[in-house]
Design a protein around this ligand. Structure first.
Ligand SMILES: Nc1ncnc2c1ncn2[C@@H]1O[C@H](COP(=O)(O)OP(=O)(O)O)[C@@H](O)[C@H]1O
Ligand SMILES: [Mg+2]
Length: 498
């Protein structure tokens, strides 16, 4: 089939099923077997959890599972956050197609003939308000509804499970666990890398009984399949061009779809069927813009959650081409913990997927080139904030004090900075500047009370380098300065693992 503007097969975005859902072969085989067994009425209570950074393909996999289940005629229920806003909302979703006898038995547990779907007519017994039911009553109710819904087998798919309201979530997990012991139910949940921590907080026993599958970057071969196959046999690629595109996707599924889609449009526009360097260059213009939008959103997310300085320092420590580790994770959490509770810091950092544990001891960047972007543009953002506060000279001075010792009494910093600022336009601002550096996360409290540490030494040096570079180019107009939308070149040498 000729390629045209209307038949672009790629599906960039979130939650879209791609034309070729590459890789994940073991998982797909396992799910396929489980779906068949569930349809046959076998009971396997172990739930499956798909865990990975945003954009790696969890929702796409849920979509794939739903399609497979439907093909096998296995009933499927897809649940999202809104269903978990109340037990009744959840009950409604669980009972749309449930066996009516079993369903009315479940309602009677609820203390009456309340029917969330309206199928059974009016209630004869006055019902309690939802908040008046005990946790056991709620769990029992949902367990029975699940039994009613799974007489022909049932697949339940829950997306964004890291973000479920915990109260109803807890009843649901308890109910799903006990219903799946006696009924053919396959539960698959998906969430960002903080999912385990969120579940651990709310529901310890469920997490021990689930099978976690990490959904990360694709291998080189799988990237190649996902990107090249949808073009079909009529489109040919220069080896160089192909290598260049595959490298630039970094094996990140979200980028793969954007690259495929942009390249398809370039071929249509130029009316050619061969991909060479020129076509790659043209597509790159489109993809770069989209990629920078994504990076910009992520960096803004870091900033709004008070994580920018800790994350940027981590990016500098790991360095270009470096690999994260458990140690780097712990140190980053430490740097965040002066403003956040430790668990909260862990969940926030894992949620961003900046670094995450793809397997035991195997730490990875969610998107490798995001670290490069953070080093460049995170530094710029922090530098700008410091410039706005006129606090660069103070930061230089504070930095020099830490050459004397790694921990300093706060009073020492205050006194000396006050002296330094005396007679300048910044007189009496020492406290303010120190508070500002603490707020940013550049300074943090030491173990001893009233002591301070320099929490982000590498970033601080990068800020000074940035300042020197800008000072060395005074003729540069402000609008010529690099901006957050600057082209980002450094991913070219990245090659996903084979
Ligand atoms: N295995 C895969 N092969 C090719 N493209 C994929 C794959 N998994 C996901 N995608 C594409 O990547 C993008 C992000 O997928 P999505 O499922 O939304 O990720 P997540 O739910 O983890 O945030 C979508 O455009 C999707 O089509
Ligand atoms: Mg998703």
């Amino acid at each position: 089939m000729a390629i045209g503007i209307d038949n672009n097969p790629f599906n960039p975005g979130y939650g879209e099923i791609p034309p070729v859902l590459a890789g994940r072969d073991n998982l797909k085989n396992e799910v396929n077997r489980r779906l068949t067994k569930t349809y046959k009425g076998e009971k396997h209570p172990t739930a499956i959890a798909l865990v990975g950074p945003r954009g790696c393909g969890k929702t796409a996999l849920l979509g794939w599972i739903e399609e497979k289940a439907e093909k096998k005629k296995l009933p499927v229920i897809r649940l999202v956050k809104q269903h978990f806003e109340s037990v009744d909302n959840l009950a409604k979703a669980l009972t749309e197609n449930a066996d009516s006898n079993l369903r009315s038995r479940a309602y009677s547990i609820r203390g009456g003939l309340k029917d969330p779907t309206g199928h059974l007519g009016s209630a004869e017994v006055e019902l309690k308000k939802e908040s008046e039911y005990t946790p056991i009553e709620n769990t029992l109710y949902l367990t029975n509804l699940l039994a009613a819904a799974s007489t022909k087998g049932l697949a339940i798919l829950v997306d964004e499970a890291h973000d479920l309201p915990p109260e109803v979530g807890r009843y649901f997990y308890d109910a799903a666990q006990s219903a799946a012991q006696r009924n053919p139910i396959l539960l698959v949940i998906a969430g960002t890398p903080d999912l385990k921590s969120v579940l651990r907080r709310s529901k310890a026993t469920f997490i021990e009984r689930m099978n976690t599958r990490n959904i990360g970057l694709l291998s080189w071969d799988d990237t190649s399949r996902a990107l090249i196959e949808p073009f079909g046999n009529n489109i040919t690629f220069d080896d160089n061009a192909k290598f260049s595109i595959l490298s630039k996707t970094q094996g990140y599924p979200y980028f793969i779809q954007h690259w495929g889609s942009a390249l398809w449009d370039v071929l249509v526009r130029k009316g050619v069927t061969h991909v060479g360097d020129e076509e790659v260059k043209d597509a790159r213009n489109t993809v770069d813009q989209l990629r920078n939008d994504l990076y910009f959103n992520r960096i803004k997310e870091f900033e709004s959650k008070g994580m920018l300085v800790p994350v940027a320092e981590t990016a500098f420590r790991i360095g270009e081409g470096g690999k994260p580790s458990a140690y780097e994770f712990d140190v980053t959490i430490k740097r965040m913990s002066h403003t956040l509770d430790k668990l909260e810091a862990e969940e926030k950092l894992l949620h961003t997927g900046f670094i995450w544990q793809e397997g035991i001891g195997n730490w990875q960047f969610g998107i490798p080139s995001l670290a490069t972007y953070v080093r460049e543009h995170g530094t710029e953002m922090i530098f700008n904030q410091i410039k706005i506060e006129n606090a660069l000279p103070s930061l230089r001075k504070v930095h020099s004090y830490f050459k004397l010792a790694s921990k300093l009494p706060t009073s020492y910093l205050e006194e000396n900075l006050n002296k330094f600022l005396k007679g300048t336009s910044q007189e009496n601002q020492a406290d303010d500047h120190l508070a500002f550096f603490s707020e940013l996360g550049i300074l943090c409290p030491g173990r001893k009370p009233d002591y301070c540490l320099l929490a982000a030494p590498l970033l601080t040096e990068a800020i000074f380098e940035k300042a020197e570079r800008l000072e060395a180019k005074p003729e540069m107009e402000p609008n010529q300065e690099p901006t957050l939308q600057t082209r980002h070149e450094s991913d070219d040498d990245y090659t996903p693992s084979m």
